[in-house]
Design a protein around this ligand. Structure first.
Ligand code: NDP
Length: 495
């Protein structure tokens, strides 16, 4: 493995990471009652200890966000000044992207090249929404209200910032998923309290300073570090106007219920068990590379990972051999190794969860390749492929969130579509065919928030994402992602 030297700035930041929370543009938290240890999944070294926010810190962060929301410094800021702030933030992220990415690889294990592109994509998201600050619109509408003294109606709908937003993000793409929430919320004029995952908070803690450096007034962006208990304190807080959550369906349901207690607005981006359909007429070489990439990149810890591959019977065995070759040629190594294709999984607990799925796989399934964790230090798992005859197994229905693919043959399009839709999830889906009629029929019939034809699921700031069924509520990114942080005010003036 080639060596990589951790930049001095990263080392000195990590030494100070106990100053975890960022409230009113100041770091704090060195007097916490509880701390969390952050582990490098590539070698199991302890990286840092970060404080866990309790109710005092959560109250302080929410109050800071509330005060900032009401303060003229932010509330009355002109749209073009908000735009400038978001552009400045994007520039700072770009300037510091290597440092942020190095921290991200250390805490998460992902490949350094992918960490850099994640951070740069977050900068692009902030730029995309910077442009929206000056483009918010309302509607002028006609209504039929009868007014006294034959007065007329002047009626319009005004979009306003929803208020204080709590953003809770998972560990798999901590920086880009945070940007999908923070950028539109700030563009709309909201204030935010972010809680990163307890496993990977360091990159977000580092980034917090950039909000101050960019010039955001105090209290507009706040961050609290903690675990599920901290998350629950935030999502049950009565002084919050909107919760935006990305994570598991199990936690999403808990948050949805508690949001309804306070009638807090809520968006939920949850899990998936996304199908990929490969027809015999597809560009099979490209499809095999993409199907493998779609499930193995980031160790399969991707909400839109194509974890169920439905392959037409006539090409089933030959296509599976191509997938096996892709899987077996992957170089598993430390994320800083430039030759690595696959880094470690995020934590020991997650690795054992994934291994559990593999070890307890239904005995009707056939293991084609992989199936083992790698011996030695670090939480490494082989890319794994199983085959099955149908959807009747745990691996076909539950989200593993690891590098584990289940391949199933199909006879015709209806058979493929009925198995693809036979899931309680409905996040993403992909279809590989050169036949436009087949592709369009699949687009029409697949019950999923995203459909990709001859392409693997990736995000773009102008491309709304979100799930159907147990995969979530609402959409992020694009114009829809901005309007999710607004509320309508309906105004009637009699004249
Ligand atoms: P979790 O649901 O366990 O956690 C997500 C976040 O919620 C974390 O910050 C977590 O904190 C916090 N949390 C945990 N319990 C509570 C609670 N009771 N109240 C409030 N917050 C809480 O998911 P993971 O972090 O394990 O992420 C993996 C999951 O995320 C997968 O199911 C995946 O599909 C989904 N995901 C969905 C995406 C989408 O766009 N649809 C994108 C990426 C991931 P802590 O970590 O400290 O426990």
């Amino acid at each position: 493995m080639k060596m990589y030297t951790i930049p001095k700035e990263v080392e000195s930041f990590i030494e100070k990471a106990e100053f975890g929370h960022f409230i009113n543009n100041r770091y704090g938290g060195n007097m916490a009652k509880r701390y969390l240890e952050i582990i490098n999944p590539a070698n199991e070294d302890s990286l840092a200890k970060v404080p866990v926010a309790g109710s005092d810190e959560v109250d302080a962060a929410v109050s800071a966000a509330r005060d900032a929301f009401k303060s003229p410094d932010w509330h009355d800021m002109s749209p073009d000044s908000r735009e400038d702030l978001l552009h400045r933030l994007a520039t700072l992220i770009e300037e510091k992207h290597e440092t942020i990415a190095a921290i991200l690889t250390l805490e998460n294990g992902k490949l350094y090249a992918q960490a850099k592109s994640e951070v740069m994509s977050a900068a692009r998201t902030f730029r995309f929404y910077a442009g929206w600050c000056t483009k918010m619109e309302g509607d002028l509408i006609d209504i039929s209200l009868k007014q006294p003294q034959k007065k007329k109606n002047f009626t319009f709908l005004k979009r306003e910032a929803v208020g204080v937003v709590v953003a809770i993000v998972p560990w798999n793409f901590p920086i880009s998923i945070a940007s999908w929430k923070l950028a539109p919320a700030l563009a709309a004029g909201c204030t935010v309290v972010l809680k990163p995952s307890e496993v990977c908070p360091l990159s977000s803690i580092y980034m917090a300073r950039l909000f101050e450096e960019a010039g955001f007034p105090r209290g507009v962006f706040n961050l609290v570090v903690g675990d599920g208990e901290t998350g629950a304190l935030l999502t049950t807080h009565k002084n919050v106007d909107k919760i935006t959550f990305t994570g598991s369906t199990a936690v999403g349901k808990i948050i949805g219920k508690s949001a309804m207690e306070n009638l807090t607005a809520v968006s939920l981006e949850l899990g998936g068990k996304s199908p990929v359909i490969v027809f015999e007429d597809a560009d099979l070489k490209l499809a095999a590379k993409s199907v493998a990439m779609g499930i193995f990149r980031n160790g399969g810890q991707v909400c839109v990972a194509g974890s169920r591959a439905y392959i037409q019977e006539s090409i089933f065995e030959s296509f599976l051999d191509m997938l096996k070759q892709e899987a077996e040629s992957m170089n598993i190594s430390d994320g800083f190794d430039p030759d690595a294709d696959l880094g470690p999984l995020v934590s020991e607990a997650h690795l054992s969860r994934v291994c559990d799925y593999v070890e307890k796989a239904d005995n009707k399934l056939r293991l084609k390749t992989g199936g083992h964790k790698q011996e030695g230090s670090g939480f490494y798992m082989q890319p794994t492929i199983f085959t099955a005859e149908d959807n009747n197994s745990v691996l076909a229905s539950e989200e593993v969130f690891g590098p584990v693919l289940l391949a199933i043959p199909f006879s015709d399009m209806n058979h493929a579509l009925s198995m693809a839709n036979d899931s309680e999830y409905g996040l993403s889906s992909a279809v590989w065919t050169k036949d436009i009629s087949k592709a369009l029929e699949c687009v029409h019939t697949l019950d999923a928030g995203w459909v990709f034809v001859n392409s693997i699921p990736r995000s773009d700031p102008n491309f709304p994402i979100g799930g159907n069924k147990l995969s979530g509520l609402g959409r992020e990114l694009g114009k829809e992602g901005l309007y999710a942080y607004t509320k309508l005010k309906s105004v009637n003036i009699a004249y």
